[in-house]
Design a protein around this ligand. Sequence first.
Ligand SMILES: [Zn+2]
Length: 556
Amino acid sequence: MNAQVYYRKWRPRRFDDLVGQEAVARTLKQAVARNRIAHAYLFCGPRGTGKTSTARILAKAANCLAPQEGEPCNQCSPCMAVNDGRALDLVEIDAASNRRIEEMRDLREKVHYSPSEGRFKVYVLDEVHMLTNEAEAALLKTLEEPPPHVMFILATTDPQKLNETIVSRCQRFDFKRISIEATAQNLARVCEAEGIQADLAALRAIARNADGSMRDAEGLLEQAATSFGSPLTLDQVRLLLGLADDERIRQLVDQTLEGQTPQALATLSAIASEGVSLRQLHRQMVDEVRDILLAKAGGKQSPDGDAGPRRLLQSVSMERLLLTLRQLGQVVFRPDAPPTLALELAIIESAQDAAPSPQAVAPAHAEAPPQQRLAEAHPAAATSAARPPAAPVRQERPPTSPSQAVPTAARPRPVAPANATPEPLPEGMPMAERLERRWDEIIKALERKKGRRFYLGPLLRACKQHRMEGDTLYLEFTHTSHTERMREEMDTPEGKRLLIEALAKAIGVTTPLKVEIIAPTTPQRMDKASRSPLVQAAISMGGRIIEEIEEKDYDE
Ligand SMILES: [Zn+2]
């Protein structure tokens, strides 16, 4: 991502121009105005939040010939030199690439030279946590006896990795992630200055994507403007960022929260087939669930929350939202797994938590502490938290009668009591028919049965076709990832045993049964690149995919 022109062009030049770092700006401005400039500063915070920009403003303000209430004038010779990137009294060192002791020893000698023009020689050490231990020790010695004309500004994204003594020698400032609203407003200013008409919704989408980094936000805006020109719309930004539209996200989140696993998986598959970035999709899902959670918790909505009163706001429990958020929080995209797998897993596992649970509504539980209630009502959650491996199997409580069970929107299917014995099937009924009669019960019986890694019931529910031939059950899944998961389970003794036992019990046979997983007949997963609308357009014009490179986050 090389779009950096806007970032340089619109870099803040005064403390008051800094976006989202008001407290830092105010304190530093006062220090300059009162002539209380320290010899060592430490700027901590995520990338793109203005640490280096602030360092430059501070360097200017310290050497400015006509500072105004702590602000640099941006007109005198020292100020102009910094703005033009030719100031001899401002030395910027990237500690990540100059991390050895030689460089720090070198620095230790150089700091004794006087500044060439201003009062201070300012050394900015970016990513200072990257220094080797020896280099850090050398730096510390310099910080212990700083010549009066020297100012150090250390910047880091990772202060925990920094030597504590170094931290204690510096005046520390913490830079916050810049809020979506503040980022979007700043982008609007850039657009105005650049003569670009842009929807605020489009700018918010960019801001949300930049995750608190103004550098990323301005880089994305620049890309969008280069690609689409003016006016810039939300749809164009979505295309650029690989975002799914809000309506689809809502549908997906609703289905997930309501435990409608097959529908949710179908929606996911449809969204993915549009060339949407799955990482972005994941982030959008998290935002959506969070918005509902916040709205439910205290009526607070995200700054751009256009959610309004949502149907699910009433029907979905707080626990359910938290659990879904937790499942989504555990999503890890692995390069060696099918791209949709991580999200499918989260959807299936969180549907597991939404599955009918008579205990969850038993009156006796009303007084139980919420933690315990949660754990009991949602064994899956307890498992994913810290359950000791040797914990005894949870004692099944006597099921409440169906009339006591309060249906909620989170459990769309009618709840059959767990121990209800179904009518025995007539003797001589063919195996295939037995299976059809009992299929739903088999799924239900396996609802909370976890094989080695996956819950079998939800997996079976995602099964496209099942059929019994002789003593063998053939399963076919639409999604490659489900096929792989079921295969994985059937390759383990515990997964295989669970399924075969449930099967044998439900259809009432004692003969040993087998399970075969059939490869999907229709290829579901095209190469991700070939699904992207941009690539499809390129292909239609005669383009050809040469190489597909795994999607990465923006460069660090
Ligand atoms: Zn000046």
